[in-house]
Structures are given as C-alpha cells and as structure tokens.
Design a protein around this ligand. Sequence first.
Ligand code: NAP
Length: 284
Amino acid sequence: MAKLIDGKRISQEIKDELKEQVTALKEQGKTGALAVIQVGHDPASSVYVRNKKNACAYIGIESLSYELEEDTTQQELLHLIEKLNQDGNVKGILVQLPVPEHIDENAVIRAIRPDKDVDGFHPQSVGAMAIGQPGFLPCTPSGIIQLLKRSGVGIEGKHCVIIGRSNIVGKPMALLMLRENATVTITHSKTQDLKALCKSADILIAALGKPLFVTAEYVKEGAVVIDVGIHRKEDNKLCGDVDFAQVEPLASAITPVPGGVGPMTIAMLMQNCVHSIAGNEERV
Ligand code: NAP
C-alpha cells in the first residue's frame, strides 16, 4: 500500500511557517499587499481568487481585489497593471488566468514587473529559473518539489518522467527536477510508447489534463506518483489524471485528488509573496 502524500497537511505546515515570517517581517516594518485581478466572472476562476484571498488573510498579508468586467479592454487591464507596478505597497501582482479571448495573455504576463511576478510566469522569471538564477518560481511545480522533499522522497539520481509540457506545469517541472539532480524525461501528445517510458519512472508526474488516464500499466512497482490533474466527474466528485484505485496498490507513494498538489499551489504563491515583502534577492 502506498504512502499518501498529504498536500493538505504539508500546505498547512507551509502557511503556518509563513504566518510566523509575516509577523516577524511586520516587526521590522516590512509589509505589502498582493493585488489579485480577475477579468470576467468565470465561476472556477472566482473560486481560485477567493482561495488566494483567504490564504492571504490567513498568513496576515493584505490582498487587494480588482474584479473587472468581461468586456474590459486590454488597454484598460494593462493600465491597471502599470499602476500597480508603480505602487510601492503592492509587492505581488496576479492576473487570474485565463483572461477573456479578446485579451492577449502573453501581453498581460509581460506587463507585470518581474519583481512583482509572484506567479512566476514572466519570461524573465522563466529564463532565470532555466539558468539557475534568482527569481520567482511557478507555484504548481515548486509546490510539487516541496511535496516530495517534505515527504522524504529522494529526488537526486532518480528517473523522473513528466507527462505534459505546458508552460505552467510540465516544462517548469522538468527544469526544477533537473535542478534537484533528477534524470528527466518530458513526454507529450506526440510521444511514442508512452506506457513503456512511464513504466521506467522512479517518479512519475502526470500533468496532461485527461481524467484517470494513468492506469496500472503506466506505473513501475514502487514508483512515486504525483497527480497534477484536476477534473470534476459527473457525480460532482473530483478526480485526477491518475486512476488512483488502480495505481495506489503499486506505488510506494502517491498524491490524492483532491488534497494533493492543489493546495500546494496556493501555499507556494503565498511563499512568493512573503519573499517579495521580505525583499529577498534569492527567491528560490
Ligand atoms: P495543458 O496546457 O492542456 O497541457 C497538457 C499537456 O499534456 C500538453 O503538453 C499535451 O501535449 C500533453 N498531453 C495531452 N494529452 C496527452 C496524451 N494522451 N499523452 C501524452 N501527453 C499528453 O494542461 P496544464 O495546464 O499543464 O494542466 C494539466 C492538468 O493539471 C489539468 O488537469 C489542469 O487542470 C491541472 N492543473 C492543476 C493545477 C493544480 O494546482 N493542481 C495547476 C495547473 C494545472 P502537447 O503539448 O503535445 O499538446
């Protein structure tokens, strides 16, 4: 039976550590706010935004909320970002993605000043990560590194196979695992013989966005399995990219959905905000 990697507990542990750091920073006169911008009223985005604001309240940092109408123009959004870039009290700026189709997502990401880019999506943040320089790390992959480390999973020298190569999960995940001295294989929709590659993984990270895709045939006995996917089933329950019932008996450790990777993303966002408030040069 696999050990359950408990993202809920570990993310709580991180938020409690951050809460203490925020109190200590306040005593040194270091404070600041996270600005959260949502364009439109997508219900899933509203839930994410609410969770982020609640996490700010929990650790004791101010959150500023900007709820913009669906028909907000790109120019209006960029103008707001520029205003927040100039605001000394704002230490982090987050635009909840996706933005409506008439807005160029890349232009929005580039508009956020890199030293306030707490999502870690700006090309400068991505470049810094790629060459091992200080900068904000993207929250979902850095949360997975924390999950592994805090669960006592050794990464160095292990073969890590990642399913998915998106800019927000797969690609940065590969860079961070490489930084931890794993041997990394990145796979995608054109990969041949995916099952055999996955079966050679010591650590398998599924981030392809297909419910219950990873079955027992993809998993080596004793592998550590990280499930990034999140899907709502017809019965309204959540599931991941991994068929937990099939894979759990084979794995040595596995993340559940919900309660695995999901809560870590927000904890790492909070960590980036605290680094920014502290003015840490080394943010990794
Ligand atoms: P995405 O942008 O849709 O990327 C999916 C990736 O998987 C692509 O690289 C795609 O390959 C690859 N892929 C798709 N089907 C495949 C197949 N049959 N075999 C191999 N590779 C395949 O998705 P994403 O944004 O990375 O998100 C992935 C999942 O994680 C989603 O379920 C999302 O909801 C979830 N997610 C969760 C969190 C969290 O906090 N828990 C955060 C972010 C995302 P190509 O490049 O060839 O198309």
